[in-house]
Ligand binder design. Structure first.
Ligand code: SF4
Ligand code: SF4
Ligand code: SF4
Length: 174
């Protein structure tokens, strides 16, 4: 994945997302928690109120009944309804960053194997995906890290299940 800045002001805004410090309560797994969620392990009671509040229906629960995002169901619109529904102080909307996520494209990508496909690029609301033609009919899918918000719209749009979205390491998103 490589980066090509397209919108300087947006890049400046999103660059703050990467400044969120880690906390002692971060779990070691790679699950994606709802945006702005912090201290899940310490604060979440597993009440389940955040999931039905999500208009996109993308909140599921892990084995401890703590919320996780399921991007196979759709994308996050950053509406904040999950945060509003939580009475336990799990969410910190004062944080600059809703989350810090990595989006990766696997080798099973159709475009990278010479099969025409632009599904992820068409789905991306931020135009953060560029599909660059290469010699031999193949293409490279390039995601602009600075523009990408981690919304997840590209994941469910991919017919090759080639897109994965994971937490960046050492970030507060417990
Ligand atoms: S911010 Fe909105 S769309 Fe995103 S997970 Fe929370 S409720 Fe769902
Ligand atoms: S509403 Fe808050 S306390 Fe309840 S399950 Fe969701 S994050 Fe946990
Ligand atoms: S996660 Fe969202 S913003 Fe990022 S590349 Fe995918 S669709 Fe675009």
């Amino acid at each position: 994945m490589s980066a090509h800045a397209k919108q300087t002001s947006r890049r400046d805004f999103l660059s703050r997302f990467r400044a969120v410090p880690a906390t002692h309560s971060d779990p070691v797994d790679d699950v994606v928690r709802p945006p702005w969620a912090r201290d899940i392990c310490d604060r979440c009671t597993g009440c389940g109120d955040c999931a039905p509040a999500c208009p996109e229906g993308i909140i599921a629960f892990d084995g401890k009944n703590h919320p996780v995002i399921d991007f196979t169901k759709g994308e996050c619109t950053f509406c904040g309804a999950c945060s509003d529904a939580c009475a336990e102080g799990v969410f910190d909307r004062t944080a600059d960053a809703p989350w810090t996520l990595d989006v990766d494209v696997a080798k099973t990508c159709f475009a990278e194997n010479g099969i025409y496909c632009r599904s992820c690029g068409d789905a991306c609301p931020e135009t953060a995906i560029r599909i660059a033609p290469q010699l031999g009919g193949r293409a490279r899918v390039i995601i602009d890290d600075d523009t990408c918000t981690g919304c997840g719209a590209c994941l469910s749009a991919c017919p090759a299940d080639a897109i994965s979205i994971t937490r960046q390491k050492d970030t507060a998103h417990g």
